[in-house]
Design a protein around this ligand. Structure first.
Ligand code: AMP
Ligand code: MG
Length: 316
C-alpha cells in the first residue's frame, strides 16, 4: 500500500460508515479513544488481527485489549464477577481494562489473547470510539496505533506519520484527552492485581474496592509485553526447525513442508500468524510431541519464531 491509500475519515456518518465497512472486511482502522489512538481490527478474526501485528511490525505477539461499548457487551466474551461489576460500574466507560477468564463459547480469535484463556476488555469513554463500536456491532482488538517501539499517538497526524500506507483508514477525532494508556487490573485470581498503572489511579480503584490492590512482584516485567506469554505453552513438547518428524511426533507445517496442520500452504507469514495459536491448540489436544517446520525469520516470521521459542523453552 502506498501512503496515500490510508484514508483520513471524518467523524460524520459517511466517515463512520466507511470505517465500519473496512472493519467488516477485515481491514484496519485507527480511531481515537480517551487514552491514545487505537489500531482497531475485528477481534473475532485471526486474519484481521494478524494485520495489526504486520502493520505495527511487532517483534512478538502480545495479548491485545478488546474494546466493547459497555459491560453487557463485555459479558458476551468473559466470565463476569462481582469485582468486575463494581469496577465497571465505577469506571466504565473509561481508561480501565479488566482481565477476566474467557467465557466458553466466546468468539474471540486466539491471536487476540496470544493463546491465553483470559481476555483484557475495556469500554472506552471517547464518544467517537463509542460510536464506532456501536456502529460496528462487535468487539474490536486495538493496541496503540503506532509502529512497535515508537511513541503512542494522540492525534490522527501521529497515526498517519507512523502507519500511513499500512492501514485502511484513520477516523480523525482530534486529540486524545488522557494521552496515557489504560490501567489494567487482573481479576483472574483470588484478589485484584494491578497489572499496569494508567489512566485510572490505583487509589481510586482501591477506594471502590475498599481494599488494597495486589501489585505484581518486583521481578515481573510489566512493560515488556509478551513476557507474560510464558503463562501459556502447549502441554506437549515442541521441537523447532524440524525438517521431518521423529517417531510419535505430530507436525506443524509451513509452506512446502506439509504436516498434520499447515500454518500456511502458500508460505504467507500473515496467514501463518493468524493460524498459529489455533493450530498449536488443536495439535496439543492430540497429546503427542509437536515438530514445527522452519519459519523464515523476517517480517511477521520473527514474531512467530519469538512465540514458538517461548513455547518450546524448558518448563518449570
Ligand atoms: P496495549 O494494547 O498496547 O496498550 O497493550 C496491552 C497490554 O495489555 C499489554 O501490556 C498486555 O500484555 C496486556 N494484556 C492484554 N491481555 C492480557 C491478558 N489476558 N492477561 C494479562 N495482560 C494482558
Ligand atoms: Mg502500545
Amino acid at each position: 500500500m502506498d501512503q496515500s491509500e490510508t484514508q483520513i475519515l471524518n467523524r460524520d456518518a459517511t466517515g463512520l460508515a466507511r470505517a465500519v465497512s473496512f472493519l467488516k472486511h477485515g481491514r484496519l482502522v485507527a480511531f481515537a479513544t480517551e487514552t491514545v489512538y487505537g489500531l482497531g481490527a475485528d477481534a473475532r478474526s485471526d486474519e484481521a488481527v494478524a494485520g495489526i501485528f504486520t502493520a505495527k511490525k511487532r517483534p512478538g505477539f502480545n495479548p491485545l485489549i478488546v474494546h466493547v461499548p459497555d459491560a453487557d457487551a463485555a459479558q458476551a466474551h468473559v466470565i463476569w464477577n462481582d469485582t468486575a461489576e463494581k469496577l465497571a460500574a465505577a469506571f466504565w466507560p473509561g481508561p480501565l481494562t479488566l482481565v477476566l477468564p474467557l467465557r466458553p463459547g466466546h468468539t474471540i480469535a486466539p491471536l487476540v489473547t496470544a493463546g491465553l484463556d483470559t481476555l483484557a476488555v475495556r469500554a472506552p469513554a471517547h464518544p467517537g470510539a463509542q460510536n464506532l463500536l456501536r456502529a460496528f456491532g462487535g468487539p474490536l482488538a486495538a493496541p496503540s496505533a503506532n509502529p512497535s517501539g515508537r511513541i503512542s499517538p494522540t492525534s490522527a497526524a501521529h497515526v498517519l506519520e507512523g502507519l500511513g500506507g499500512q492501514i485502511a483508514g484513520i477516523l480523525d477525532d482530534g486529540d486524545c484527552a488522557v494521552g496515557l494508556e489504560s490501567t489494567i487490573v487482573g481479576l483472574t485470581g483470588d484478589w485484584p492485581v494491578l497489572l499496569r498503572p494508567g489512566g485510572v489511579t490505583s487509589e481510586a480503584i482501591e477506594a471502590v474496592l475498599g481494599a488494597a490492590l495486589k501489585h505484581r512482584s518486583k521481578g515481573a516485567t510489566l512493560n515488556a509485553p509478551g513476557q507474560m506469554l510464558s503463562h501459556y505453552a502447549p502441554r506437549s513438547a515442541l521441537r523447532l526447525n524440524a525438517v521431518s518428524t521423529h517417531p510419535g511426533e505430530v507436525m506443524l507445517g509451513f509452506g512446502a513442508q506439509t504436516g498434520d496442520l499447515n500454518l500456511s500452504d502458500s508460505s504467507d507469514l500473515s496467514e501463518a500468524a493468524a493460524n498459529l495459536f489455533a493450530h498449536l491448540r488443536q495439535l496439543d489436544t492430540l497429546g503427542q510431541p509437536i515438530a514445527v517446520a522452519p519459519i523464515p525469520d523476517h517480517g511477521l516470521g520473527r514474531a512467530i519464531n519469538d512465540r514458538l521459542q517461548r513455547a518450546a523453552a524448558p518448563r518449570n
